[in-house]
Design a protein around this ligand. Structure first.
Ligand SMILES: [Zn+2]
Ligand SMILES: [Zn+2]
Length: 87
């Protein structure tokens, strides 16, 4: 009945065993930022898996369809905030 707990070697937060074994004892994102993501972590990198890049693709896609990305995010954050205040 022993449950092994693993903590990420990069950020220190709990990480599941599969990620721990696959990504050098880290979360995938922590691994990506340390070993694959070169340069500014706020800017997309060359990796096709890069989540920063994926976000940028989505934002551009949404903007092209004529919607305001910042407005969508702000509205959702505010809604979420109002809901969590009631709990
Ligand atoms: Zn981590
Ligand atoms: Zn990246």
């Amino acid at each position: 009945m022993s449950i092994n707990k693993f903590n990420c070697k990069s950020c220190g937060a709990e990480v599941d065993e599969t990620s721990y074994e696959t990504f050098e004892g880290m979360h995938w994102l922590c691994f990506h930022l340390i070993f694959e993501h070169m340069g500014d972590p706020d800017e997309p990198c060359e990796s096709r898996q890069c989540p920063i890049w994926h976000l940028k693709i989505l934002k551009e896609h949404i903007e092209k369809s004529g919607q305001d990305v910042d407005e969508i995010i702000n509205t959702t954050v505010e809604k979420h905030w109002q809901q969590s205040k009631n709990t």
